[in-house]
Design a protein around this ligand. Structure first.
Ligand SMILES: [Zn+2]
Length: 92
């Protein structure tokens, strides 16, 4: 999945929450324009896209939301997986 510059509502969401990018399956990966150069961020969001492809749409969101409640953002297993992908240059 190619990344797209975040526009309008997605850009507002990212700026409000303080994130630079988001994987909004099934629509795509959206990244703030000033972060489109970040291979690390792109690898992170692409890892989330692979999670979506692996789990399917409903399970992806349910698992993500349940994980947030259970583990919080930093310890979320799906976030740990995505963070591990950030530095894996085989994924670019
Ligand atoms: Zn993430």
């Amino acid at each position: 999945m190619d990344q797209k510059p975040a526009r309008h509502t997605v850009r507002w969401f990212l700026r409000t929450t303080g994130y630079a990018g988001v994987c909004l399956a099934p629509w795509g990966i959206f990244i703030l324009a000033e972060h489109l150069h970040s291979q690390r961020l792109i690898r992170h969001e692409q890892a989330h896209w692979r999670q979506y492809e692996r789990m399917g749409l409903l399970r992806y969101y349910v698992t993500y939301l349940w994980g947030l409640v259970r583990h919080g953002y930093a310890d979320h297993p799906m976030e740990r997986e995505a963070r591990a992908a950030e530095t894996d240059e085989r994924l670019t």
